[in-house]
Ligand binder design. Structure first.
Ligand code: PLP
Length: 222
């Protein structure tokens, strides 16, 4: 029988990833378990193993996964997928951290939603470090302006930067650039590194890594 995701032990993989992160970095690196397209029993297994920090790509799916669990002690939800402005209020209502801010319009709608709901998720700005046409994220040369705008406009806090390097390039230079941009702006959080490269991310200064398949097992394709 081929090895399937069901053989994957979430408590074991979590312990191993945490060990690798602590070996790779002098600082505490937050392991965000990316639960998009994972079945409910795996979310529960992660919770049972002690995991409390999760990442989701889509607001709707995140509501399905987490709305009923929102009261779990210590639960911390990160939005790591692109955000449409008409979903801003739902995002503010559910998430603790929104990592994918990449334009002024989103800053405005998030600010309005935060004021309205009296809830102020921490924000991070997604940077398109590879300057790819189709990729979300602000271009590096427009970053300073968006940081200034966010700090002026948003009633909560801007905490850091995130990036997804181009798939066909080594991630290292992109991670190094993101860390440099965050340091220069005085932003403490840097979200970089996924299943294939979280150790590299941690070694280059990530404060947050976003790990899906290496944590949970392969995602459902549907
Ligand atoms: C899906 C996703 C991840 C996790 O991907 P894995 O390769 O499964 O670890 C991390 N970050 C973002 C933005 C994602 O969309």
């Amino acid at each position: 029988m081929p090895s399937t995701a069901n053989d994957h032990d979430i408590a074991d993989s979590r312990a191993q990833i945490l060990q690798e992160l602590s070996d790779a970095s002098d600082q505490m690196v937050e392991l965000i378990a990316v639960s998009k397209k994972q079945p409910d029993e795996r979310l529960q297994a992660a919770l049972d193993a002690g995991q409390r920090v999760f990442g989701e790509n889509r607001v709707q799916e995140a509501q399905d996964h987490w709305q009923a669990r929102r009261d779990i002690e210590g639960l911390c939800l990160h939005l790591i997928g692109p955000l449409q402005s008409n979903k801003s209020e739902d995002a503010v209502a559910l998430f603790d951290v929104i990592q994918t801010v990449d334009r002024k319009k989103i800053v405005r709608t998030l600010s309005e939603a935060a004021e309205k709901l009296g809830r102020y998720p921490d924000l991070m700005i997604q940077v398109n470090t590879g300057e790819e046409d189709q990729k979300s994220g602000v271009m590096p040369d427009e970053l300073d302006e968006l940081i200034a705008y966010t700090r002026d406009t948003y009633p909560g806090e801007l905490k850091g930067l995130m990036a997804i390097p181009p798939v066909d390039e080594p991630a290292g230079p992109h991670f190094a650039l993101l860390k440099k941009l965050a340091d220069r702006a005085g932003l403490p959080w840097v979200s970089m590194g996924m299943s294939a490269d979280y150790v590299l991310g941690a070694s280059l200064g990530a404060t947050h890594v976003r790990v899906g398949s290496a944590f949970f097992g392969e995602r459902e394709t549907a």
